[in-house]
Design a protein around this ligand. Sequence first.
Ligand code: PMP
Length: 331
Amino acid sequence: MNNSMIDLIGNTPLIKLKYPSELTGCNIYGKAEFMNPGGSVKDRAALGIIQDAEEKKLIEPGGTVVEGTFGNTGIALTMINNARGYKTIIVMPEAASLEKRDILRNLGAELRIVEVKPYKDPGNYQHISRRLAEELQAKGEGSVIWANQFDNTANYQFHAKTTAKEIYEQLDGKVDGFTCAIGTGGTLGGTSVGLKELNPNIKVACTDPQGATMYRYFKDSVLEVTGDPSETEGIGQARVTKNVEACLIDMAYHITDKEAFELLYKLIKTEGLFLGTSCGVNIAGAIQMAKEMGPGKNIVTILCDDAYKYFSKMFNKDFLKSKNLPIPDWI
Ligand code: PMP
């Protein structure tokens, strides 16, 4: 018996990915985070952040949670906040998919769509959300928190406590490698910390999309962008957030959008899995890791969300053509 949707967060299944495993001679597994009630891995970060704020008595019933997000964290926060009796204000860059906007509005979040600006610009969505929270706090009308998923370490700590432990138990401790991409760094940071605590020999790789800096950061300790901006969503970081600082990394891979999208379309056919854009990067990274580590290894990655949120990109011929991305032969 579950008392609320919050009880459904986590404990997601692990699924063996047939094509990537056959290709490499390793067992490549995906953690099915799209099965969380909010439909993504961000349910965990959102719950970690809200529970932490409640424990610290920073938020009370009727209070407000403000956050800057590309969508999934906003969806997760709004659902949890609704169940807990908090209001949600979301600041989202206009580059996020239209599907995510619709979900947020229909969940009852107050939504502010802003222009895409780099982090160093005060008009960046993260800064706008912080200032908005500060303004509301200054009014003194009820409790207000800024979730601050990028630098709030409750994010990675929740993954260390849950995601890492679940993966380890699901494979009876037989984990050789783990990899995923970085948005906030919460998933990779927490899972790397949690897994290495259980067994320090487990290798962890950062898999970075094009247009981000984490590949060069972990490879050569320089914050330098590799490649053009990516059309994947929720990943691709340009700075060392507090959650990135937590990451314990042994290897790094760089994946182009072309590779990621090709793999997503292939996996629809080979696995019957209808996965979101960041999964293409993650699974391509797991394949690279399997090739580097050699056959017979058990390698795990994250299936962050599903393709339903990306119809306007993944199955839109004009969009794919304009971005020079592969077009699946059935659309
Ligand atoms: N994939 C998707 C679809 C996401 O929304 C996010 C969250 N930004 C990530 C991957 C990356 O997760 P994290 O923030 O834990 O690095």
